[in-house]
Ligand binder design. Structure first.
Ligand code: IVH
Length: 666
């Protein structure tokens, strides 16, 4: 069979499987078979760039192309909805509609999803553009990012859709993805996202679609616009949209009476807790588009719709104190200690105060009655103080501490950051224990048999002072410790021994260098190949590397300048930990580009950016992110960034086109 025919066949098949899986929730092929077909398609597409289709199912994996966003003026402005928290106002809305229409009508009730709105344009059944709400008149074009959302059809099913139309909906991060993402950020000591909406919006604004693809967003569509829609009914149009492949909420209901509307509201006020995504209310829409036109619009919102917002659950409780927690990297977080109180089904005893600025703004006093909210957040927060209840005997405002609560060292604040740090990293107990816990964690050295409690036990008994001490532990040293015994002790010692084989990139991650998360550790391993090279790297060498910025480079330089860290590294070396990437990873195709430092810019035709990066390495050169006098040449595709172009010109750096580069390494 010809390549072209096979490519079309595979695209059709994979579109169908996606639709069945993501929209119909039926799995018609095994994951293995699906992956096999996808690999075949990707390989064929690489051989036939002339047969490129921006909406091929293969485009969902998210390319690595970084672009700033361009703006697009909405054809139909993206309006907002009138909001209310009161049932009386819902009644008034219902009565007003009844009076203005003076004929029977239906209200479509649906969930108000708490994400960010998106407008999608389809032409001839294919997605052509995805634009954010922006200021309502114009928004950012985020098509590449949106394409990575698996529940969104790139090509529609059947042939009953209008030739061109817009469909609007919400982009969401499901609770499950949100929790995974925040756990990961917690481990890497990055600022947590407060709620799934912020996480979804932060994700969609990423310039790198590959990151968007990894973060698992979802969509619900709720509004169809265009000239020749299939039905006069909004509800009916959404059912049609579902049949074309869009994910539409199954919790929509047409109501004819106010009582039915109220029943829907009351049902979801409690049931929403069981949904996989965040919702913040109910939207009521007059169902007939004819009638919507009769009712018309106000300046910023339609007269035919209203949103009933759920009250964020909030309780008042007493502030018993503020404690300060010291993390692995020494950052100090204030935590409010509360009189235990019931909130959204659980007892709340503590609430994060995030940092010194947030804490100061609240002006807390011991014994204050404070408002605690859960809302869309998983960690409860204090949203205010009930000043009326402040006792006349209340003491001074609670202020942020100046010394470490664990080791009494004077705290420091890094310029431009909200957090205070304890600089005594080598002797402050929670920092030492935190680093050991990080070292043994699953994504680092993955040492079986040890958890937080064991680390605490070993530390308290003076058996470990830092992570290198783990490798000296013997079964007889620890088997007598409380709760361990011979069997657990040997599991621990074996687990530690086994970890010596851990790949180099995870060893870098395990060292717990500030800002060096899993991804950065991988990049460093790939670029520098050995611990010695990494330790020798200068600040300039580091920031030359793609995706390594000033903050990370400074942190690495600081880390390797500390004698205590060097001692630990040397000890790990003598124990035999992997300090180099594997020979097979180190494998080179040629030395044709040895010593060169190459910057990639623009969009390529024959290979992806990732592939070019790999080729650069395989032929002995280094990938670098910014142009400097050291740059050997720029490998340029289409639409090379204007800043890079002018930098290259002013430094007289040669620009090499894709085909010439391929000839160079042929
Ligand atoms: S309809 C002209 N339906 O709420 C009306 N909006 O304040 C168009 N939203 O920006 C919107 N769930 O992001 C509609 N089922 C739903 C919705 C919904 C969430 C959001 C949307 C919009 C905001 C309105």
């Amino acid at each position: 069979m010809g390549q072209e025919r096979r490519i079309s066949e595979l695209r059709k098949l994979l579109h169908k499987y996606n639709y069945m899986y993501y929209v119909k929730n039926v799995s018609v092929v095994s994951d293995f078979e699906y992956d096999r077909l996808m690999v075949e398609l990707i390989e064929l597409e690489q051989q036939r760039p002339d047969f490129y289709d921006p909406n091929s199912p293969s485009q969902r994996v998210g390319s690595d192309i970084s672009k700033g966003f361009s703006q697009y003026s909405h054809i139909y402005p993206m309006l907002s909805l009138d909001n209310t928290y009161s049932e009386e106002e819902i009644e008034l809305f219902f009565d007003r509609v009844a009076t203005l229409l003076n004929e029977p009508f239906e209200i479509c009730c649906e969930l108000k999803f708490d994400g960010l709105s998106i407008s999608l344009t389809y032409a001839d059944g294919a997605l052509v553009r995805a634009v954010t709400r922006g200021d309502g008149a114009k928004g950012d074009i985020v098509t590449e990012n949106v394409k990575t959302i698996k529940t969104l059809p790139l090509r529609l099913v059947g042939d009953s859709f209008p030739k061109e139309f817009e469909i609007r909906g919400e982009i969401l991060m499901p609770w499950s993805s949100f929790e995974i993402l925040n756990k990961e950020r917690e481990r890497e000591e990055k600022q947590l996202f407060a709620n799934p909406r912020n996480a979804a919006s932060g994700t969609l604004k990423q310039l790198n679609p590959a990151i968007v693809a990894a973060r698992k967003l979802d969509t619900y569509l709720y509004y169809l616009l265009g000239e020749d829609l299939p039905s006069d009914g909004h509800y009916e149009n959404m059912i049609m949209a579902h049949s074309w492949g869009f994910k539409v909420s199954e919790h929509m209901r047409k109501c004819s009476t106010l009582q039915e509307v109220m029943d829907f509201i009351h049902l979801w006020e409690s049931e929403r807790k069981n949904l996989p995504v965040a919702t913040d209310g109910i939207v009521l829409k007059v169902n007939s588009i004819q009638q919507q036109k009769i009712l018309g619009y106000k300046a910023k919102s339609p007269r035919w719709a209203i949103a009933y917002k759920f009250q964020a659950e909030r309780v008042l409780t007493r502030l018993n104190g503020v404690t300060f927690q010291v993390g692995r990297t020494g950052s100090v977080t204030p935590v409010a200690l509360l009189e235990p109180v019931q909130l959204s089904g659980s007892v709340v005893r503590r609430a994060s105060l995030h940092n010194a600025d947030i804490m100061d703004n609240l002006e807390l006093h011991l014994g204050d009655m404070v408002f605690v909210e859960k809302g869309g957040e998983i960690i409860p927060k204090i949203t205010g103080v009930d000043n009326r209840s402040r006792s006349m005997l209340a003491g001074d405002k609670i202020s942020f501490i100046t010394r470490c609560p664990e080791c009494n060292t004077k705290l420091v604040r890094i310029e431009g950051e909200a957090a205070y740090y304890c600089p005594n990293s080598s002797e402050c107990a929670p920092q030492i224990k935190g680093r050991i816990e990080h070292f043994i964690s699953r994504k680092a050295m993955n040492i079986e048999g040890i958890g937080t409690e064991t680390v605490d036990l070993l530390f308290k008994n003076g058996l470990i002072h830092n992570f290198t001490d783990l490798y000296s532990l013997k079964v007889e040293d620890i088997s007598h410790l409380q709760g361990l015994g011979e069997k657990s002790a040997s599991i621990i010692v074996n687990g530690i021994k086994k970890s010596i084989e851990t790949p180099f990139e995870r060893v870098i991650f395990a060292l717990g260098i500030r800002y060096v998360g899993e991804t950065v550790a991988k990049i460093l391993a790939r670029e520098f190949k050995s611990m010695d090279n990494l330790m020798k790297a200068s600040y300039e060498d580091l920031i030359q590397v793609d995706e390594i910025g000033e903050k990370i480079a400074q942190s690495l330089i600081g880390f390797f300048a500390d004698v205590a860290n060097i001692e630990k590294i040397e000890r790990l070396r003598s124990i035999g930990l992997r300090f180099e990437i594997f020979d097979s990873e180190n494998y080179k195709l040629s030395n044709r580009l040895t010593g060169k430092s190459i910057v990639i810019s623009g969009v390529f035709e024959k290979h992806t950016r990732e592939e070019y990066k790999e080729m650069i390495q395989m032929h002995g050169a280094k990938n670098s992110s910014s142009i400097s006098a050291k740059t050997s040449f720029v490998l340029a595709g289409e639409n090379m960034g204007p800043v890079k172009l002018s930098q290259a010109k002013s430094l007289n750096i040669p620009i090499v086109r894709e085909c010439d580069f391929l000839k160079m390494i042929e």
